[in-house]
Design a protein around this ligand. Structure first.
Ligand SMILES: Cc1cc2nc3c(=O)[nH]c(=O)nc-3n(C[C@H](O)[C@H](O)[C@H](O)COP(=O)(O)OP(=O)(O)OC[C@H]3O[C@@H](n4cnc5c(N)ncnc54)[C@H](O)[C@@H]3O)c2cc1C
Ligand SMILES: NC(=O)c1ccc[n+]([C@@H]2O[C@H](COP(=O)([O-])OP(=O)(O)OC[C@H]3O[C@@H](n4cnc5c(N)ncnc54)[C@H](OP(=O)(O)O)[C@@H]3O)[C@@H](O)[C@H]2O)c1
Ligand SMILES: Cc1cc2nc3c(=O)[nH]c(=O)nc-3n(C[C@H](O)[C@H](O)[C@H](O)COP(=O)(O)O)c2cc1C
Ligand SMILES: *[C@@H]1O[C@H](CO)[C@@H](O)[C@H](O)[C@H]1NC(C)=O
Ligand SMILES: *[C@@H]1O[C@H](CO)[C@@H](O)[C@H](O)[C@H]1NC(C)=O
Ligand SMILES: *[C@@H]1O[C@H](CO)[C@@H](O)[C@H](O)[C@H]1NC(C)=O
Ligand SMILES: *[C@@H]1O[C@H](CO)[C@@H](O)[C@H](O)[C@H]1NC(C)=O
Ligand SMILES: *[C@@H]1O[C@H](CO)[C@@H](O)[C@H](O)[C@H]1NC(C)=O
Length: 691
């Protein structure tokens, strides 16, 4: 043997060894790089070049989403899943946030792209999609720089907002102007009409038909559900096992990071909340039917800061009742421990893993909310034989579906139990449920405190969603707000009769007692809802119901300016607050306004419209019209207008009355007055915080 032969033998032996140990090597690599951090699985080695990542992962279809609260993400995943299941496409579903798009015109094999984008703020892109928006803005118009790109697009929005589907419409425009080729039509899901699901179904069917033709796809007859994850049963709970911790940092295997002052390090956002102690919590209404909870979170143990006008995100968990119902219908064992691995690195794990089924159902999945027809469609194959035909019909007939399942406000578990006469659906794969259901996401609240007055506490004012349901006799309840109410009741021991009356109950201790002693995970989302820079600019605030929340913050801010910063009250601009409630029992913070008035003297005024204490409804906009000459005066002095609360009718009606006042006082048409309001909005002089 000469030396080359020896080297060859060594290499061969080496290769054979690698071959024999391939699985363990893969596993080792996975553990090193992916195991600890599910988020890391998203991009191959942190690469942001979209074409390269697709090439490296051997994909042939791309779905990109921009989402604020997860709806767009959810539809993007459903779309990707359907392409995979029906046509065996190798789909990558990714958040616009995680990639750069300079190579969008050079995708491997000229693969088509589907965009699913929601709109936030006032016709804006979701927070995470700013990089994509910037990319779009930098495209040269008419230069054909995206001439190779074929795409389809579905936008999500709510027609009650002025700039409906603003982000997707803008994306469509910019992409087409740069020469990209649209497949099918822009789909638009409208939350306002409550038709998002149906709008998606219609768009999806048309688009998939066209894609089939364009790509010559053949549908696989034997389309069985192919999970995107690998499930491994585990035997014991270790300190790496999540029991529902809101993020990895809270696992016992990790250590929380603190700064020199002993404050917990952020950033605190959708990836990591701060588990904040609730230092005050009480009922604000004196009404027998409705509840509104005032909650104060102490953020002094963290690096969190906020500004008056920001939003607080509160991370909820599901109630005992809804968890039990869900476990029952699918015959799940909450104590089962399992680990989840993505089949390929472009798939992100939906939650921390290893974990337990019970933790996932209580803390990680959105299991309430109306059942969707799309979801029912996915479950048809697993329906008990006796009802399969009926379930199939329901999943295809939208009127029947609406009448039978939406109208009674069933959630998924309720609906399935109802369809099967209270008997379980035993065959639904757990992994399908994980992939099908949205993540349980935090809810936002307009902060009702002032960062100047109380920098270390954040106040939230939340109306409890608990409405009677004539059809089922079981109240329809909101996840977060009933949790806040339970915490409030649990702090006042003498109210046992009321505790009995709660429609749902929660595990207030949380995973490994993390939430014991009234704690909840929170983070702050910065908004653009801001007082004028100068305190002498007059402000007109309009906030009926819980819409008053940020204005309590505004007024407390002005009080603190007087008390803490020695601002002379006489220099302050006029502050009028138009507030509305049903009667005196739901008049929020009634006594506080008197105290603020003592500090702010004649500069502050609250004008109250009680709607139900007389025959005729009196709303904030009626009070505004009654004082039109004063409003005109203030507007002439440069007053800013702020509107907060219900986006449905209130914000529109209020805008209508402002338009009318402008048109009368300036002797211009209503259309011209509309234009003034639009310009005020662009200039930040007419701000809305509506939901
Ligand atoms: C920017 C912003 C600011 C906000 N500020 C405030 C604020 O200051 N104060 C405030 O109170 N709210 C505010 N909200 C609303 C808040 O975020 C929540 O949406 C609200 O509190 C309900 O949350 P929940 O978890 O209790 O209800 P969810 O569980 O999210 O339920 C939402 C609604 O759906 C209903 N529902 C549940 N299941 C079904 C079903 N199967 N079929 C049909 N309907 C069903 C519930 O009864 C409820 O009314 C704000 C929202 C945004 C976006
Ligand atoms: N989708 C809707 O139609 C709608 C409407 C209101 C609130 N909401 C939602 O319900 C939840 C609870 O609301 P809330 O407690 O803040 O409000 P709320 O207590 O229900 O209402 C506050 C006050 O606003 C009045 N109001 C009703 N319609 C109005 C309109 N078009 N313009 C001006 N004022 C109007 C109410 O009068 P009356 O109740 O006596 O009419 C009441 O006096 C919130 O999440 C809110 O977004 C939805
Ligand atoms: C605070 C807020 C602002 C919104 N602004 C708009 C808007 O300007 N135009 C619009 O069409 N939809 C608007 N919407 C509706 C959302 O786009 C719609 O609910 C969508 O389904 C959310 O998708 P996401 O969960 O993926 O973010 C807004 C929703 C909220 C909560
Ligand atoms: C992807 O890679 C980038 C760059 O390394 C990193 O900042 C980002 O956090 C990664 N994304 C995710 C979601 O892991
Ligand atoms: C059900 O909702 C109604 C209001 O719609 C309320 O009066 C009643 O107390 C609620 N019942 C329970 C058990 O919470
Ligand atoms: C609320 O919390 C208390 C304390 O943990 C608990 O004992 C009670 O059963 C809960 N009640 C409700 C109303 O959920
Ligand atoms: C809710 O569930 C938790 C966890 O299983 C349990 O400790 C608690 O007692 C339950 N609360 C009620 C009121 O049923
Ligand atoms: C759409 O906006 C209206 C007005 O705020 C609101 O009542 C409705 O709940 C919104 N739809 C959804 C599903 O967010």
């Amino acid at each position: 043997m000469n030396s080359t032969d020896i080297i060859s033998v060594i290499v061969l032996v080496g290769l054979f060894w690698i071959y024999r140990h391939l699985e363990s090597i893969k596993q080792f690599i996975n553990e090193q790089f992916y195991d600890d951090d599910p988020a890391l699985g998203v991009n191959s080695s942190g690469c942001r070049d979209i074409a390269q990542v697709l090439r490296e992962n051997d994909k042939n279809y791309l779905v990109l989403f921009g989402s604020q609260t997860g709806t767009a993400e959810d539809y993007a995943k459903k779309f990707g899943k359907e392409l995979t299941a029906r046509f065996q496409l190798r789909v990558m579903v990714a958040d616009l946030e995680n990639y750069d798009f300079e190579s969008l015109n050079e995708l491997p094999d000229n693969m088509p792209v589907t965009f699913v984008i929601s709109t936030y703020g006032e016709g804006d892109f979701p927070d995470g999609s700013v990089n994509f928006e910037q990319f779009l803005n930098e495209l040269e118009e008419g230069d054909d720089s995206l001439g190779n790109l074929r795409f389809s697009i579905f936008g999500l929005g709510n027609t009650t907002y002025e700039f409906f589907d603003g982000a997707a419409r803008k994306a469509l425009d910019k992409l087409q102007n740069a020469g990209a080729n649209l497949i099918g039509k822009l789909g638009e899901g409208d939350d306002g009409a409550g038709t998002t699901d149906e709008d998606y179904m219609t768009w999806k069917e048309e688009t998939i038909d066209l894609l089939q033709k364009e790509l010559g796809l053949h549908e696989d007859e034997n389309k069985e559900y192919q999970p995107s994850f690998i499930f491994t049963q585990m035997n014991e709970i270790t300190d790496k096992t999540s029991l529902g911790e809101p993020s990895k940092q809270y696992l016992p295997s990790e250590t929380l990071q603190y700064d020199v002052d002993g404050k917990q390090r952020g950033p605190f956002d959708l990836n990591q909340p701060f588990v904040a102690p609730i230092v005050e919590s009480h009922e604000l209404f004196q009404s027998p039917e409705r509840n509104c909870i005032h909650t104060e979170f102490d953020i002094s143990g963290s690096e969190i800061t906020y500004e008056t006008g920001d939003h607080l995100a509160i991370w909820p968990s599901n109630s005992n009742e809804t968890v039990a119902q869900f476990l029952k219908v699918f015959q799940l064992n909450p104590d089962e421990i399992f680990d989840l691995k993505a089949k390929d690195t472009t798939m992100k794990l939906p939650f921390l893993s290893p974990t337990t089924i019970g933790a996932v159902v209580r803390y990680y999945l959105e299991i309430t909310g109306p059942i969707s027809r799309q979801s029912l469609g996915l479950l048809v194959n697993y329906a008990p034989v006796t009802i399969k035909e009926h379930v199939t019909r329901l999943s295809k007939d939208k009127e029947l579906f609406a009448a039978e399942l939406l109208k009674p406000k069933y959630n998924l578990a309720d609906a399935l139990l109802k369809l099967n006469q209270g008997e379980p659906w035993k065959n639904v794969p757990w992994l399908l449920l994980i992939e099908m259901l949205p993540k349980l996401l935090p809810r936002y609240y307009s902060i009702s405190s002032s960062s100047l007055s109380e920098p270390q506490t954040i106040h939230a004012t939340s109306i409890v969603e608990n409405t009677a349901n004539e059809i089922t006799g079981i109240n329809t309840t909101g996840v977060t707000t009933n949790l806040l109410r339970n915490i409030s009741l649990s702090r006042t021991n003498d109210k046992f009769s009321e505790i009995e009356a709660m429609p749902v109950h929660y595990d207030l201790n949380g995973p490994r007692n993390l939430f014991a002693d009234s704690r909840l995970p929170i983070h702050v989302r910065h908004s653009t809802f801001r007082l004028p820079k100068s305190s002498n600019v007059p402000i007109i605030m309009i906030g009926p119901g819980t819409g008053v929340a940020p204005f309590r913050g505004f007024i407390r801010e002005r009080c603190a300016q007087v008390n803490k910063e020695n601002v002379d009250v006489k220099t302050l601009g006029k502050m009028i607050l138009f507030y509305g409630s049903r009667d005196n029992n739901d008049y929020l913070y009634k006594d506080e306004w008197i105290e603020y008035g003592k500090i702010l003297e004649d500069k502050f005024e609250i004008d109250v419209a009680l709607s139900r204490v007389q025959e005729q409804k009196i709303y904030v906009q009626h009070r505004i019209m009654d004082r039109k000459s004063e409003i005109t005066d203030l507007l002439n002095k440069g007053a800013h207008i702020y509107v907060c609360g219900d986006a449905g009718r209130m914000a529109k009606d209020v805008q209508g009355s402002i338009v009318q006042i402008l048109s009368e006082s300036k002797s211009i048409t209503e259309t011209e007055a509309q234009e003034i309001v639009k310009a005020m909005k662009v200039a930040g002089k007419y701000q809305e915080d509506i939901w």
